[in-house]
Ligand binder design. Structure first.
Ligand code: PEP
Ligand code: MG
Length: 554
């Protein structure tokens, strides 16, 4: 059995297929022969680059949602003239074409790396484009996901965004990577495709091609040659179609709203189709990312209205801009900050740029005025009662009547009572709350085990916040990735959380598991998790007491 970190729940059995070996670095002394036609070589790079861009564009056109966005971003990287120009400069000086592309990519990557944050994360895209151009120049097959007509489990060292985006979930039934962390592209895309996934499973690369493996995306395990009986169980569970009837509740009728996390208008349409009771987290960053100036109020209002539209008459929680750290915005945040995650991010950007919040609230108010959706508005990364109070006042000034805050900072959880006095609701962001509770960067693969929402310390803060909500009669939701894990969802409800917001695909599974337990049972399992020594033990203990997970293949 190989142990890794489960980042997208579900179980699947199929033969293992390895990603093709990556393109290797051409030797540093690869030079053009003295009589080579340098202009011709230079033109070959231009043609290869254009071919790669066209291939990526074509793939983007066939993809959907997150996948499409990722492919479009990689295609943009291929279209960026900087890489091509840097490579051609080297060819003119006598470097062989493949080596020139390699070195040019290193130069571009170093530049992005020095910018930090979101830009630094684009380094993977540069490497992806580089490998595709080199393969094209060398007449090798394009690196990427193998195409198969039968089901398979994909194993890779790590997956590039452009790879994961092109996965066809009809044949690729699970993902396992030897590297990567819980917030890697692999993890995010696997969850949005509803594919079980395990990352940081070192050892998976040693399993022979075509070996049948059982991947358990909740437990974080990969089992080669599983016993026949287990295989049958998983296959039977996968055939059961689950539907959500639109009312999240426990077996004894305790109501828990099941909402969707949405990042753009297309996501809102998909969430409505999945039967989400509303939107529990509308991340508004899509309107701002990649821009050097703030989008105007009309543009924002139009985009927000498009997200509200499929949820007429239902609740939509709009989060104001969460810039900084993992979401840097050049016009708002300083990318040279020494510690961006502990820096001017989230609500804190309001001090230097109050107008950005004002414009956004104006746009939200316009969109809300055009819609019958029940619009709630919350701020990210609030840490003090003072911040909660001024945010609520700003929301009120724009005629929006349901202000809230996200609890993502331990200080806000510890003193939730004081913050809640100023707002109508709170929503716990377990991704950030875990990172700050454990002092472990959420983007850091090596810290994945610490950065696990099952950490009892983080759960304790969730419990404390929920209790404060109960005392002050304020709804307390969870909108971090934790809510999408059906076993953890049970624990969160047991801790007193009143709504769960997650990727729309996870809703039917979470709904069914919740329906199988009483409110009291949720409370007991929450105690079990809180008493565990660490995240691994908490997950294992709770899962062992929820046999329904096994029956549902989760
Ligand atoms: C969170 O931190 O849990 C959250 C939902 O916000 P984001 O992932 O956008 O930071
Ligand atoms: Mg957050």
């Amino acid at each position: 059995m190989i142990n890794g970190i489960g980042v997208s729940p579900g179980r699947a059995v199929a033969p293992l297929v390895h990603m093709p070996e990556p393109v290797t670095e051409p030797p540093p002394d690869a030079e053009l022969p003295a009589d080579a036609d340098r202009e011709h070589e230079s033109a070959r790079i231009a043609t290869a680059t254009e071919q790669v861009r066209q291939d990526l564009d074509a793939k983007a056109a066939r993809a959907h949602g997150d996948g499409q966005a990722v492919l479009e971003a990689t295609a943009l990287m291929a279209a960026d003239p900087t890489l091509l120009a840097a490579a051609q400069k080297r060819v003119a000086a006598g470097t062989a074409a493949t080596r020139a592309v390699w070195e040019a990519a290193e130069e571009v990557a170093a530049m992005l790396e020095s910018l930090g944050g979101y830009m630094a994360e684009r380094v993977r895209d540069v490497a992806d484009v580089r490998d595709r151009i080199i393969a094209q120049l060398s007449g090798l097959p394009a690196p990427g996901v193998p195409v198969r007509s039968e089901s398979f489990v994909l194993a890779a060292r790590d997956l590039a965004p452009a790879d994961t985006a092109t996965l066809d979930p009809a044949t690729c039934v699970a993902l396992v990577t030897a590297e990567g962390g819980p917030t890697s592209h692999t993890a995010i895309l696997a969850r949005s495709l509803g594919l079980p996934a395990v990352v940081a499973a070192s050892g998976v690369l040693d399993i022979a091609e075509s070996t049948v493996v059982l991947v358990d995306g909740a437990a974080g395990t990969v089992e080669p040659d599983p016993p026949e009986q287990k295989v049958r169980q998983v296959q039977a569970a996968r055939q059961r179609q689950r539907h959500f009837d639109g009312t999240g509740r426990t077996s004894d009728g305790h109501r828990v709203q099941l909402l969707a996390n949405v990042g753009d208008p297309a996501g809102a349409v998909a969430a409505a189709e999945a039967g989400a009771e509303g939107i529990g987290l509308f991340r508004t960053e899509f309107c701002f990312l990649g821009r050097t100036t703030e989008p105007d109020v009309d543009h924002q209002a139009e985009q927000y209205a498009a997200v509200l539209e499929p949820f007429a008459g239902r609740k939509v929680v709009v989060r104001t801009l969460d810039a900084g750290a993992d979401k840097p915005l050049p016009f708002l945040t300083d990318t040279s900050e020494a510690n961006p995650a502990l820096g001017v991010r989230g609500y804190r950007t309001v001090v230097a740029h109050p107008e950005v919040l004002e414009h956004q609230l104006e746009a939200i108010a316009v969109a809300a005025g055009r819609s019958s959706a029940d619009v709630w508005v919350m701020a990210p990364m609030v840490a003090t009662p003072d911040e909660a109070e001024s945010f609520a006042a700003a929301v009120g000034r724009h005629g929006l009547d349901t202000p809230g805050i996200m609890v993502e900072v331990p200080a806000a959880a510890l003193r939730a009572e004081l913050l809640m006095r100023h707002v109508s609701f709170v929503s716990i962001g377990t991704n950030d709350l875990t990172q700050y509770t454990m002092a472990a960067d959420r983007l850091h693969g090596e810290l994945a085990e610490l950065n696990d929402p099952w950490q009892p310390a983080a759960l304790q803060l969730v419990g404390r916040t929920a209790e404060a909500g109960e005392r002050h009669d304020r709804p307390v939701g969870v909108c971090g990735e934790a809510a999408a894990d059906p076993a953890l969802a049970v624990v969160l409800v047991g801790l007193g959380v009143t709504s769960l917001s997650m990727t729309a695909r996870a809703i039917p599974d979470v709904a069914e598991v919740l329906l199988s337990v009483s409110r009291e049972e949720c409370g007991r399992l929450a105690e079990v998790a809180l008493e565990a020594a660490d995240a691994r033990a908490a997950r294992a203990e709770v899962r062992s007491q929820l046999p329904v997970l096994e029956e549902l293949g989760l």
